[in-house]
Design a protein around this ligand. Structure first.
Ligand code: HEM
Length: 408
């Protein structure tokens, strides 16, 4: 099947299937058409409603009556599959209040803006080391060389992983990335389970070690954390650590990769950024709007609810397209243009409401520092012309490899 070039080439009554190759490579052809023709789209193939208007996505994110607990969706439905796909103990991402509020309260301090700003010099030192190791004048993969490493090294340091264990820890963390893929093959599933068992055992040992001997790290902070006399159990801390890894690493990697691609495909914007380095924050916000690492999230209706003017029934899965919301012409002029100096960069790349991404400040600072460090070393950066393939996992948006050449 050839890829449609414009909205008018699309068949009427189309179904949006996120696993479809055309959707993966050229999603905005579909999403623009949906927004125009059917903004609260009933997708029978994947049993869900798809929202594409920014205003509807924003309203949905604000609605705290909705659930992220897969137990509230019928078995086999989109919500049950996506939210249940991480397996094992339920993390706070898929818990509703009061359990969600309790767990989030116990870890939120470590991730607030002030704690993360205090880490900026350390993030810069790690980025310097990684960027200095990139070759000059010949192609390198920016994902493997920088984007995948910076978030992993930082979260390992924050948790307090011993340097001697870091190679194992990095391997297990990469292995955990399949966790959010609802379309795993049996082989991928078996690998994920073995990986999960090894990572969980390692983390359990680390938690027990910190109970006996506290240090200045996040696992110790979770061991000590107390709210209303409440403590986190070992199982809860292990689950939280795994959530931080799967929610934080691949997403931040993709943010850095997508930022490099957007800048190199838009050389005028890159040149403008080089002359306006204080606008690095806006550059990262624009990437989050234009090419967000997480394309979609899910909410489950606990009772009939009005969504974008349509009433959906109890148990329905509602999928706000974070990708489509960032390109809504009702919110942004010339939405398909990458433009750092926009009046605003309104986006929903970090979700919203009670589950708004805990790691947003960390991800933003890491991306800012990675880009600043990269641009400082290489006065010229160019895309290599080898073909690129977007990730197959439908909720994640990025590349496994992105080859570039840099000259100092
Ligand atoms: C939740 C995106 C980085 C930890 C989420 C959600 C999204 C998201 C879309 C779901 C929100 C919802 O459904 O309303 C991103 C993106 C990132 C990123 C795009 C990078 C650019 C990180 C990092 C960490 C992290 C670095 C931590 C190290 C979490 C956690 C949750 C979450 C713990 C669950 C929050 C809750 O349930 O209360 N993130 N994330 N994320 N993220 Fe991130």
């Amino acid at each position: 099947m050839t890829s449609p070039d414009t909205v008018s080439d699309l068949p009427t009554g189309m179904q949006l299937t996120a696993l479809d190759e055309i959707y993966r490579e050229r999603p905005h052809i579909y999403l623009d058409a949906l927004r125009d023709r059917d903004p609260v789209h009933r997708d029978d193939v994947l049993d869900r409603y798809v929202l594409t208007r920014e205003a509807d996505v924003a309203a949905l994110m604000r609605d705290r009556s909705l659930s992220l607990d897969p137990a509230n969706a019928p078995p086999g439905s989109f919500g049950a599959l996506v939210l249940g796909s991480t397996g094992g103990d339920k993390s706070m991402l898929v818990l509703d209040d009061p359990d969600h509020k309790r767990l989030r309260g116990l870890v939120s301090k470590a991730f607030n803006l002030r704690s993360i700003e205090a880490l900026r010099p350390r993030i810069a030192a790690v980025a310097e080391r990684l960027v200095a190791a990139l070759p000059e004048g010949k192609p390198f993969d920016i994902i493997g060389g920088l984007a995948a490493q910076l978030p992993l090294v930082m979260i390992a340091e924050m948790l307090g992983v011993d340097p001697a264990d870091s190679a194992d820890f990095y391997r297990w963390s990469h292995g955990a990335e399949q966790g959010f893929n609802p379309a795993k093959t049996p082989e991928q599933d078996a690998k994920l389970r073995a990986n999960d068992a090894a990572l969980s055992a390692y983390l359990r040992r680390a938690v027990e070690a910190r109970r006996a001997d506290r240090r200045d790290d996040l696992i110790s902070a979770m061991v000590t954390a107390e709210e209303d006399g409440d403590r986190m159990t070992t199982a809860e801390i292990v689950t939280m650590c795994k959530l931080l890894l799967i929610a934080g690493n691949v997403t931040t990697t993709d943010l850095i990769g997508n930022a490099v691609l957007a800048l190199l495909e838009n050389p005028r914007e890159l040149a403008w950024l080089r002359t306006h380095p204080d606008r690095i924050g806006d550059a990262v916000e624009e990437v989050l709007r234009y090419d967000p690492p997480v394309t979609q999230t899910v909410r489950i209706a606990l009772a009939p609810v009005s969504v974008g003017g349509t009433t959906v029934g109890a148990g329905a899965s509602i999928m706000p397209s974070l990708l489509a919301a960032g390109r809504d012409p009702a919110c942004h002029a010339d939405p398909h243009a990458f433009h750092i100096d926009r009046p605003h960069h309104t986006h929903h790349a970090f979700g919203g409401g009670a589950h708004f991404c805990l790691g947003a400040p960390l991800a933003k600072v890491e991306a800012q520092v990675a880009l600043v460090t990269l641009l400082a070393r290489f006065k010229v950066l160019e895309l290599d012309n080898r073909p690129r393939t977007r990730k197959a996992a439908p909720s994640f948006n990025g590349f496994d490899e992105l080859w570039v050449t840099g000259r100092t």
